[in-house]
Design a protein around this ligand. Structure first.
Ligand code: WQD
Length: 322
């Protein structure tokens, strides 16, 4: 089958593209390269440079390349930035879903895997978040992902689409040295950037109600996440349930201090992090129950935190951010 991957030149998207190719699928990428990198798109893959909100460009790409399914990742995803620029986030992330779904109906394409987020849960009052846990986003970013889910769910009813939403927890690591996360917004690249600049990495608050006082997250290796997309995409061909949602996490919580210790061990020296003020909007703990994805997709993570950290550090050394 031919899949159109929006955001396929980005950190996560590039891993999904390679995993689909490795699984024998054909791929076309749509990316506006606003944050993605052309070098991350394999030579044999057609790259359509377009904004995911351009319905006509999307419909043309779907028809021209005889696309049979879509994996939609293109979106802005910085939680703090979404608080400062909420309308930009709703305009890009929600309009992107609406334009894509309309283009799919224009082109008669009915299968979609949607990149959603644990951010839809906000600050859940449960140790292990299930898909039925109330969705009460704390950030505009989380809000855009929840609205995107609603729009796609309603499109399955109205237009006969079949869709699977994957709620990513904290994505980290590198499946290949040239695919590392060099973004500015997530813990591990921020720690590696601080270390590379000879600065102390910062812990955003050590007074949370957790064992060591720092926030706890469920880190998931980007290669495991990419595998989940392949399984979900291939499942759509036989899926009889129009709309499904799965948490993509490990069901294991790691604190910020524990991540810092793992990075220090990978680098070979302690990081001596500096504790600073809390960051607005950070829940103390959010960890997935990964049971539904195991039972429903037959998917479970195979890599642990040290795999994420060592692969991230290796990629950072070989392909340092420009
Ligand atoms: C993790 C923890 C920070 C940097 C992520 C993604 C978001 C979405 C949900 C996919 C927090 C702390 C960070 C630093 C720190 N994922 N931290 N010092 O906020 O959990 O959100 O998951 O859709 O896209 O961003 O991830 O990596 O920003 O922070 O102490 O220098 O690390 O406070 O507790 P977050 P993060």
């Amino acid at each position: 089958m031919t899949w159109l991957v929006t955001g396929g030149a980005g950190y996560i998207g590039a891993h999904v593209v390679r995993a689909l190719l490795d699984a024998g699928e054909q791929v076309v990428v749509v990316d506006d390269l606003s944050s993605g990198l052309r070098r991350k798109v394999p030579d044999q893959v057609v790259l359509v440079e377009a904004d995911v909100r351009d319905r006509d460009a999307l419909a043309r790409a779907l028809a021209t390349h005889r696309v049979e399914g879509v994996v939609h990742l293109a979106a802005k995803k910085a939680v703090a930035e979404s608080v400062a620029q909420p309308m930009q986030y709703y305009r890009e992330n929600v309009d992107g879903v609406l334009s894509l779904v309309e283009a799919m109906t224009d082109a008669g394409v009915s299968r979609i895997v949607f990149s959603s987020s644990a951010a839809v849960y906000g600050s859940p009052d449960t140790d292990f978040v299930r898909e039925e846990t109330p969705t009460i986003p704390m950030s505009p970013y989380g809000g855009t992902k929840l609205v995107g889910e609603w729009a796609i769910r309603d499109a399955t009813t109205a237009y006969g689409l079949t869709a699977i939403a994957l709620r990513y927890f904290n994505v980290a690591g590198a499946g290949a040295a040239d695919l590392g996360d060099t973004g500015a917004n997530n813990l591990i690249p921020m720690v590696l950037r601080a270390y590379s600049n000879g600065q102390r990495p910062q812990v955003f608050g050590a007074d949370y109600s957790t064992a060591d006082g720092s926030c706890i997250r469920d880190y998931i290796h980007v290669a495991d996440l990419a595998d989940a997309h392949v399984i979900a995409a291939q499942r759509l061909a036989s899926e009889t349930t129009p709309w499904s949602v799965y948490n993509i996490g490990r069901g294991v919580g790691s604190s910020v201090f524990e991540v810092m210790d793992s990075v220090g061990a990978a680098i070979g020296e302690p990081l001596n992090p500096e504790v600073v003020q809390r960051r607005a909007g950070d829940p103390a703990r959010i960890v997935a129950s990964a049971e539904a994805a195991r039972a429903g997709l037959g998917w479970s993570a195979t890599r642990d935190l040290d795999d994420m950290v060592t692969s991230a550090w290796s990629a950072w050394q070989q392909y340092p951010p420009s």
